[in-house]
Design a protein around this ligand. Structure first.
Ligand SMILES: *C/C=C(C)/C=C/C=C(C)/C=C/C1=C(C)CCCC1(C)C
Length: 241
């Protein structure tokens, strides 16, 4: 009994209005559960889909590990774990680009397409980090956010109208349907992040959405995008077994 009480004193309870802490906690659990789901389902699929499902699981697993640290960082410091956040993104977003390549491989997607998407995603994230954490005063957030946004649009253009779109159209059927759904995640789901970035820029748009914290916006975005993305790929593997 004494042991239990001493444990309770070292583990700080979370305030009921700590939405950031709460979404880090739930996000961590959700990413762990999703990883178990993707990894355990892998063996039931035809070998041509296994790498795609593996990548879905890696995306949520890498996020789970980072959420573990970010939850702790927030509980200890009550400030945004910006560095962990961007390390997570710079690993998982390129893997999401790999996912597009993997599903379009049946239609002849090249490594060149994969590297183009990865390159653009790294530019988007590194410049976003500059605006959020390095040159985050004066015009810094606006300028770096703009560069980041241009890279984001280039990704959307490639997937929607560029070579990737043509490959998806030539593949048709379940692959094209999955590509279209993943594209919607990129256009709608990823648009959540620049909104979080604006909400997080002090004295800029920090008042929009009634002061909803940037981390809550990012955490909700991550859950939708990482788990949702993986489920689209899972669904494709189920439908075209
Ligand atoms: C799992 C994590 C994902 C899908 C993260 C995606 C992040 C973005 C699409 C971030 C985009 C940004 C802009 C387009 C401009 C402002 C800076 C960023 C980095 C927040």
């Amino acid at each position: 009994m004494e042991k239990i009480f001493s444990l309770m004193t070292v583990v700080p309870a979370m305030a009921t209005d700590d939405y950031v802490g709460f979404t880090f906690f739930v996000g961590c659990m959700a990413m762990m559960a999703a990883s178990a789901f993707f990894f355990l389902s892998m063996s039931s699929f035809d070998s041509k889909w296994r790498t795609s499902i593996l990548v879905s699981g890696l995306i949520t697993f890498i996020a789970a590990v980072h959420y573990w640290y970010m939850r702790d960082y927030w509980a200890t410091n009550a400030t945004s774990p910006t560095f962990f956040r961007y390390v997570d993104w710079v690993l998982t977003v390129p893997l999401m680009c790999v996912e597009f390549y993997l599903i379009l491989k049946v239609a002849g997607a090249t490594k060149q397409l994969m590297w183009k998407l990865i390159f653009l995603s790294v530019i988007m994230l590194v410049t976003g980090y500059f605006g959020e954490a390095v040159y985050n005063t004066g015009n810094g957030p606006a300028l770096w956010g703009l560069v980041s946004g241009l890279a984001y649009f280039a990704i959307v253009a490639e997937l929607w109208k560029g070579g990737a779109a043509k490959l998806a159209a030539s593949a048709g059927g379940a692959v094209q349907a999955a590509h279209t759904t993943l594209l919607k995640f990129v256009v709608i789901g990823w648009a959540i992040y620049p909104i979080g970035y604006m909400a997080g820029t002090e004295g800029w748009y920090s008042g929009i959405f009634g002061g909803l914290p940037m981390d809550v916006i990012y955490n909700v975005g991550d859950a939708i995008n990482k788990i949702g993305f993986g489920l689209v790929v899972y669904n494709l593997a189920v439908n075209s077994k």
